[in-house]
Design a protein around this ligand. Structure first.
Ligand code: OMP
Length: 274
């Protein structure tokens, strides 16, 4: 089943639009992991198992593993997620973007080495730089559009002209991808939860395309505004992602229960508004 199909199936069967982001920071792990050599894998595995019931996707962030030299933990974590929770797609967050010949290696890294169902990428090198990802029709290509960070507008809001008018670059990106780059139907866009107005603009441009929406929880995005502005016509269309607010809901012995409660609460909050 393709990424897009498995996402839609999971939205329906789990009745959840929540994605749990896996951003390991060992200094924030519960004390029981302090002498555990394989702490990164074990902590993330516990979070995956504790929250699986409440999510439509998992999103491991590659730098959080690579900076610790923990690529093997990332590999085993994705393997575990596929084996234990085969209906839940895994989005590798690596925000890649390079010339086509190098991009082909990044696509193999994400889809073949790590066996991710989808990957985040940066569109600013242009269409050919994403072609190796787009060609993998069964996998998802999740493309940065209007990011959640405070400086997102520095470049993404610059006015660009085309089609007889002028508009912000992120809107041009959204239209280009929806109209020209999504021939395999495997694209999704990243728009931060911290920008509800821009979410509304992007939804109006892209129709039913899935939006990955990070920025609720630790970054303070408002769930009601996100859902009101970003849901698709059928009340889905969103992968609302939270990392730290779920992972580090407790650093005590109850860390799994606390993470499960945080994921369930977010699911219920989203469902109230859609
Ligand atoms: O692509 C992403 O996932 C992403 C895009 C974006 O615009 N903003 C953003 O925060 N992210 C990622 O989403 C996660 C957010 O983590 P929390 O703020 O802890 O929920 C981090 O792993 C970020 O790298």
């Amino acid at each position: 089943m393709s990424f897009t199909q498995s996402l839609r199936t999971r939205w329906e069967h789990a009745d959840s639009l929540v994605c749990v982001g896996l951003d390991p920071e060992p200094a924030r792990f519960p004390a029981r992991f302090s002498d555990t050599p394989d702490a990164v894998f074990q902590f993330c595995r516990d979070i995956v198992d504790a929250t699986a019931e409440y999510v439509c996707a998992f999103k491991p962030q590659i730098a959080h593993f690579a900076a610790l030299g923990a690529e093997s933990a990332l590999l085993r974590l994705i393997e575990h997620a596929h084996r234990a929770h085969p209906d839940i797609p895994v989005i590798l967050d690596s925000k890649r973007g390079d010339i086509g010949s190098t991009a082909a290696h990044y696509a193999r890294e994400a889809f073949d080495r790590y066996a991710a169902d989808a990957v985040t990428v940066n569109p600013y090198l242009g269409h050919d730089s994403l072609q190796p990802f787009l060609d993998r029709a069964d996998r998802g290509v999740v493309i940065l559009c209007r990011t959640s960070n405070p400086g997102a507008g520095d470049l993404q809001d610059l006015a660009v002209s085309g089609n007889g008018g002028s508009r912000p670059l992120y809107q041009h990106v959204a239209e280009k991808i929806a109209r020209d780059w999504n021939g395999n139907g495997n694209c999704a866009l990243v728009v931060g939860a911290t920008w509800p107005e821009q979410l509304r603009e992007v939804r109006a441009i892209v129709g039913e395309m899935p939006l990955l929406i990070p920025g609720v929880g630790a970054q303070g995005g408002d769930v009601a505004a996100v859902v009101g502005n970003a849901r698709s016509a059928d009340g889905t269309g969103m992968i609302v992602s939270s990392s730290r607010a779920v992972l580090y809901a407790s650093n005590g012995e109850d860390y799994m229960d606390a993470a499960a409660t945080a994921a369930r609460t977010l699911r219920d909050q989203i469902n109230r508004y859609r």
